[in-house]
Design a protein around this ligand. Structure first.
Ligand SMILES: [Zn+2]
Length: 98
């Protein structure tokens, strides 16, 4: 089933549930019986998963208006931990010195 919208000149919009592809171009208005013209509307985008929409929106926002920071995240200490050194290779001692 799909929801189709019809617009009566006097009574406004009417929604009718019909099997897909069977909607006529006009329908009798349930209030006055006058022919109501079919209105084409966008599909039900609200049925899309909200979490997914939030992710898409935030991704687009990053491109359009990226967040700017004025300091390094994490307290400003860039090298809080020294890089571990590899243990000295004993073979290095045998290399010729200048
Ligand atoms: Zn009507």
């Amino acid at each position: 089933m799909a929801t189709y919208e019809y617009s009566c000149a006097e009574h406004g919009m009417t929604e009718v549930d019909l099997p897909m592809g069977t909607a006529p171009q006009s329908l009798d208005c349930p209030d006055c019986g006058a022919p109501a013209k079919r209105v084409y509307s966008s599909p039900m985008v609200s049925s899309v998963d909200q979490g997914r929409m939030n992710l898409i929106d935030s991704t687009k926002a990053t491109a359009d208006a990226p967040q700017v920071v004025s300091s390094v995240p994490g307290g400003g200490r860039i090298n809080s931990k020294p890089t571990p050194m590899a243990p000295p290779d004993p073979r290095l001692q045998k290399l010729p010195r200048p």
